[in-house]
Design a protein around this ligand. Structure first.
Ligand code: 5GP
Ligand code: SF4
Ligand code: MG
Length: 465
């Protein structure tokens, strides 16, 4: 998901709408905005679909006045996956003794089922199927006398990955879990501040990037400025390495590094680790593009747009059912026949999850008369599901969970298939020495199976580590 908030803007709702539009790649199912102004109090709007189709209507935006607002774009990983009901659309809102608060969450709470059960037994009335709603109910039960303190209380009971943007009538609040799995950055606008999942959404509103919110940090922003605290036990950070590979936008800056540059460097590493003789390097657009550029630069094999993407389609993996996903590849991607015929082609993609995309693309490329097809993948084999906010299917559906690299190559029937090594990926992401196995610098559980936070709900349901 994508989260965004602003305080001290003339018209917070339009800033939030623009920010969410720039974060649309993080969630395309739905979006919501909550604002506050002293005269009208809290107002909100939640809609299914794209930001640009909803939060551009003057009639709607007029109902969202005020200088303070937060928003969320949704991509479901828990609750009713893929069938977003309006009741699951964030931000969530709660009215407490000391006033109202709204909250938007990116990540995944790994003990949400246990918390929900306990809260319901103690009288909580849940409105949604979302794991994030637990935070509001935990806040309602806290005995603290102000909202930031209640959020601290609530979040200390929550396990898993969370970046949160929240607001009261006078405060904009940002929090990251102690491992800092999901991103959150602080920006400066003319007379106030903004919080955003990624820096690309600061650019769109002309905000200046100030810094990242640190793992385990809570910031409480008012008209007076930014107050910082560290409510959680300090731990070594474990940022999601898949944000670098796929999830974030390439024009964002993470940990002082351009995401584009990391992805290009992944291509360079791949060309060194897995060279092959060929005529063309083609990306599977758009997610494979920067890595393909890096592969081409390092290998000297010409880069070409062998696959053309229809710009009016979204991301394939947001499509929740197998059937739509199968269709989706052809609706979204087509081979540039004139370029491919008779050529030995290296295809670079970011990841192989179920193998749907790779299989379809290979068929399309061979239909177009390619002489050879070589896959180069910008991440290690995805052999484990993510429980921290990226929607990967159950383990059985992951190609790499049951097959070796050679078996996958045979299954996809391509001339060769190579994945970047975990060390190569770490080097590309800026860890010069590669992965520190004793104390890994990133979360890489979907590749390594080493889960930095025990997925307790899943273990309860029988998932084996
Ligand atoms: P596949 O078709 O192998 O299931 O998915 C791989 C391709 O789709 C990649 O190009 C990646 O960009 C995207 N993708 C598809 N499904 C998922 C998913 O469930 N999780 C993630 N992280 N990426 C996916
Ligand atoms: Fe990111 Fe993978 Fe860790 Fe999930 S399991 S947070 S996708 S690195
Ligand atoms: Mg892709």
């Amino acid at each position: 998901c994508g989260i965004f908030g602003v305080i001290g803007a003339a018209d917070a709702a339009s800033f939030v709408a623009l920010g969410l539009h720039a974060l649309q790649h993080r969630g395309q199912e739905a979006g919501g905005i909550v604002v506050h102004d002293p005269e009208h109090g809290f107002n909100s709007a939640r809609r299914l679909g794209y930001v640009r189709d909803n939060f551009t209507s003057p009639d709607l935006m007029e109902t969202l006045p005020g200088p303070l607002g937060i928003g969320h774009v949704r991509y479901s990983t828990t609750g009713n996956k893929g069938h977003t009901a309006i009741r699951d659309v964030q931000p969530f809102f709660g009215e407490f003794a000391m006033g109202g608060a709204a909250l938007a969450h990116n990540g995944n709470i790994t003990n949400a089922e246990a918390l929900r059960k306990e809260l319901i037994e103690r009288g909580a009335i849940f409105q949604s199927s979302s794991d994030s709603e637990c935070i509001i109910h935990l806040m309602a039960r806290s005995l603290q006398r102000n909202i930031p303190d209640r959020m601290e209380d609530a979040l200390r009971r929550v396990e898993g990955a969370f970046s949160v943007v929240a607001m009261t009538g006078t405060q904009l609040i940002g929090v990251r879990d102690a491992l800092g799995v999901r991103p959150l950055v602080l920006g400066k606008v003319a007379d106030g501040y903004a919080l955003s999942s990624e820096t690309c959404a600061l650019d769109i509103i002309g905000a200046e990037f100030v810094r990242e919110i640190e793992p385990g940090e809570m910031v409480v922003i008012t008209e007076k400025g930014v107050e910082s605290r560290f409510p959680f036990r300090r731990q070594n950070s474990r940022f999601c390495i898949f944000e670098h590979v796929y999830f974030s936008r390439p024009d964002s800056i993470i940990g002082g590094r351009s995401v584009y540059e990391t992805r290009r460097q992944i291509g360079v590493e791949l060309a060194r680790e897995a060279p092959v003789e060929a005529d063309l390097v083609c990306p599977v657009p758009d997610s494979g593009t920067p890595a393909a550029i890096g592969y081409s630069q390092e290998s000297g094999i010409p880069y070409a747009m062998g696959i053309i993407r229809n710009q009016y389609m979204g991301r394939t993996f947001i499509e929740p059912t197998e059937q739509i996903r199968n269709m989706g590849v052809r609706l979204k991607l087509n081979v540039n026949r004139a370029l491919i015929a008779g050529k030995r082609v290296i295809l670079v993609d970011d990841s192989v999850v179920r193998g749907t995309t790779s299989r379809k693309i290979k068929e399309m490329i061979l239909d177009a008369g390619a002489a050879e097809v070589h896959f180069r993948i910008a991440s290690p084999p995805t052999a484990w599901p993510c429980f921290y906010g990226v929607d990967t299917p159950q383990r059985e559906k992951l190609l790499a969970a049951t097959m070796s690299e050679e078996e996958m190559r045979d299954h996809l029937a391509v001339n060769s298939l190579k994945f970047i090594s975990l060390d190569g990926l770490y080097r590309a992401a800026g860890a010069a020495e590669g992965r520190n196995d004793a104390c890994p610098q990133y979360c890489d559980a979907c590749f390594s199976g080493e889960y930095p936070v025990e997925p307790s709900d899943m273990i309860e349901r029988g998932f084996e580590l």
